[in-house]
Design a protein around this ligand. Structure first.
Ligand code: SF4
Ligand code: SF4
Length: 405
């Protein structure tokens, strides 16, 4: 694609990167075929090719039009287009630059600004988020249906903390388990199940006393300076523990993909860039880690049929997913076929709050795909998808770790 970005844009590192990505697109449109918003809305501007054009025009004109913001906001950042693109266009990095540009050069309406401010000030802080969740549950019958559906259910974690932890001095291996911010409030049973599973295998689990957010939420909302500060903060907390462990793992693929991107995001920061690379050397998705252990599994008495939901952050972002499938099959589960496995469930971080209508439509389509093979249970790998799908599925939704336990 030809570009004529002004000197003021190409003089910046981000501008040059945007130009490079824009020029790698040959405008073939193959990516539209797997874009969930293009499939749903049928509008060229709601597909990746159209969005790439809008970003090019915005940067060339150095002006943010509201129509551009509308179509960029509807993008899920699911990255299905990157998986499909034959030219290797790094669309998500272009979108990241575009969202940062919009954030600095466009004034959103008051309600939108308030929603985004509330998300940034609440969700990444587990105590604040827990208090809001408790308040929401207490007032649930006064809330609109859409908000009621989004409320995290009360935790069932206590029932799962039966196995005593393994001391690092006698452990076969040790891992640093990241708990995330949202997951600690909405689905803490997932990491409780993993702690139990690892303890039973003689693996010590190290956890951070005060673990901050990974920065994904701010990054997706185009607040890059805040996101980078959040990332540095987490790295400072992690750094003293890195040498103690063989691996750092996360059970939320949405956090995992952001953490794996730290070396790129912090490459211009001498101190934290180095820390990010040290973390990168040990960081694994929980599926990668468990598969590397070559564990044996006790077969189930009753074979459950499982529909495995592959979150976009896992399949398109981290290019993973077969690990969970293989582990579940090794443990004796029957994995049913899932239609349109590539497509997003509509959760996409804050998308379910900011684009509630599209998000519910995508969720309902995804559930019909997941339930087409008549599973007993749906298993996923990410907290956002987990709670989003659980609202409307007709079978239980769990993290696959809970099935392995
Ligand atoms: S498939 Fe790739 S090269 Fe083709 S239009 Fe989409 S992003 Fe551009
Ligand atoms: S990231 Fe997903 S929603 Fe956004 S343009 Fe690509 S395929 Fe479409």
């Amino acid at each position: 694609m030809q570009t004529k970005l002004p000197e003021a844009i190409v003089a910046t590192t981000k501008g040059r990167r945007a130009e490079q990505i824009l020029r790698s697109c040959v405008h073939c449109g193959f990516c539209n075929a797997t874009c969930p918003t293009y499939e749903l809305l049928g509008d060229e501007l709601d597909g990746p090719r159209g969005r790439i054009y809008l970003i090019k025009e915005m940067l060339e004109a150095q002006k943010v039009e509201s129509v551009t913001v509308t179509h960029l906001d509807r993008c899920l950042t699911c990255r299905a287009c990157e998986t499909t693109c034959p030219s290797g266009v790094e669309y998500s990095q272009l979108l990241e630059i575009a969202r940062d540009y919009v954030s600095s050069n466009y004034r959103r309406d008051l309600l939108d600004r308030l929603k985004r401010l509330w998300l940034i000030r609440t969700v990444p802080y587990k105590r604040r988020f827990r208090r809001w969740a408790q308040l929401g549950r207490a007032m649930r019958w006064f809330l609109p249906k859409r908000l009621r559906e989004m409320l995290p259910v009360a935790s069932t974690v206590e029932a799962l903390q039966a196995t005593p932890p393994v001391s690092p001095s006698v452990a076969a291996s040790s891992v640093l388990l990241l708990n995330g911010c949202v997951q600690q409030v909405t689905t803490p049973q997932v990491n409780a199940a993993l702690r139990e599973l690892l303890a039973a295998r003689g693996i010590a689990v190290v956890e951070l006393a005060e673990e901050g957010c990974c920065g994904a939420l701010e990054l997706h909302l185009g607040k890059e300076p805040g996101a980078l500060a959040t990332m540095r903060n987490l790295l400072d907390t992690l750094a003293p523990r890195l040498d103690e462990v063989d691996a750092v793992i996360s059970t939320a693929s949405g956090c995992g993909i952001t953490l794996k991107d730290y070396p790129r995001l912090l490459k211009d920061d001498a101190t934290h860039g180095k820390l990010a690379r040290r973390l990168g050397d040990k960081l694994l998705d929980v599926g990668e880690y468990l598969l590397s252990l070559d564990l044996s599994w006790r077969k189930q008495d009753e074979v459950l049929a499982v529909a495995l939901h592959q979150p976009c952050t896992l399949q398109h972002g981290q290019k993973l997913g077969d690990e969970a499938r293989q582990l579940l099959q090794n443990a004796g589960y029957d994995l049913v076929a899932v239609r349109d496995e590539h497509s997003c469930c509509g959760s996409a971080g804050t998308y379910s709050l900011l684009q509630a209508k599209l998000s519910s439509q995508l969720r309902d389509r995804k559930i019909s795909c997941l339930e087409s093979g008549q599973p007993d249970v749906i298993a996923t790998s990410n907290v956002g998808c987990h709670t989003h799908l659980a609202v409307a599925a007709s079978v239980p939704v769990v993290h696959w770790i809970e099935l392995l336990r």
